[in-house]
Design a protein around this ligand. Sequence first.
Ligand code: UGA
Length: 439
Amino acid sequence: MCKIAIAGTGYVGLVSGVCFAEKGHQVTCVDTDENKVNIMKSGVSPIYEADLEELMQKNYAEGRISYTTDYKSAYKDADAIFIGVGTPEQPDGSANLTYIATVARQIAETVMRDCLVVVKSTVPIGTNDKVEQFIKDFLINDVKVEVASNPEFLAQGTAVRDTLHAARVIIGTDSKWAEDMLKKIYEPFNLPIVSVSRRSAEMIKYASNNFLALKISYMNDIANLCELVGADIQDVAKGMSFDERIGNKFLSAGIGYGGSCFPKDTKALEYLAKQNGYELRTVKAGIAVNKEQKTLLYKKASSRLITFNGLKVAVLGLTFKPGTDDLREAPSLENVPLLLAQGANIYAFDPVGKKNFEDRFPEGKHDKGRITYVDNIKDALIDANICFIFTEWSEVKSVAPEDYKNLMRTPLVFDGRNIYEIKDMRKAGVEYYSVGRNY
Ligand code: UGA
């Protein structure tokens, strides 16, 4: 088993660290945030993620994982150091590599024995080469340090399962030593391994995320056309899904992709192409479709109503998808301010994202409207004039069509996730608008 250090305890770093420990490795997770480190030491996960806290507690109790701000002690004698720090989007769309560079320099100034540095963060093609050179430039001790790319494919909400049962492990390196070390680390996972060059590994990550984002934008584009020509996107997606070349996943039309990955990675790839004198037209089109789609419900509702002013508006779901408290690039963040500016009185429900949303939009008056947070969907719906569904939480899905009819003042529902059968809503007497389907 290997001695592993992990730099950064976000989704990628913490989940990877916990899963390596679960498979028997000795793991030290490093973060600069002392408060966060103390929280993790007390057995609490700083992020909302299924199964994570249990595995943190188990592996901590069994002595296989520890948390520290002291990177020197963690890096100095590690077999492998995984970098899982953020690469946030910059105003021009490029990825900010400052955090990666900081860790690289710390590694160079600390390691006292041969070690493999593994970049897990999503980084522009060529970054691993630069990280290796950077470390070599600053290396203090006479030791061997190589850098390999090992991109992460976990999705929020299912991160632990995605890591333990990944569809594939990508190992990007031209060095036999590095490849063998990574294979040894992943051996207990018993997963398919794809060994490629570092640059190809970096590109696999971007190409995969961009492909998935494009798939969603494509379905949203087709959905919008379906509405105009009288077809139903869900039937269309079902019919398409039987073709194995298309597959049956990521065909759900809706109000656009959000989260910390697709929006950032599409823009970063577009930027990278531009930097290299190439225009990625498909990706560019996918980004444009997504931008439009985010405010689709607001636009639909605006053309149905004279005004939002003074109306009670139920908002069901705030996070970018179910299973997470993450709001990054969530459609709610675009629609709620538009509604408040129009004088709507919003009653918002989200089972776990409420607190994060409230930090940005405290309860009370904003612009011309007000926002109130409720713990119970019925409190949002009662006497409401209109309801928006932004996230397909199971709590939202469990609301019966009749509940909208019985609770709301006017049963007018705009569903961005197509969670109801149109015929059921019609039968219940609900005026129901969704995406890519005709009422
Ligand atoms: C995504 C990828 O799915 C992961 O494989 C990848 O590792 C991760 O980004 C990353 O790069 O870190 P994530 O952003 O957590 O994971 O969430 P997804 O489940 O992919 O959903 C992204 C967005 O697409 C959500 O807003 C979701 O509502 C939307 N979506 C997804 C659709 O609109 N339609 C679909 O059919 C599927």
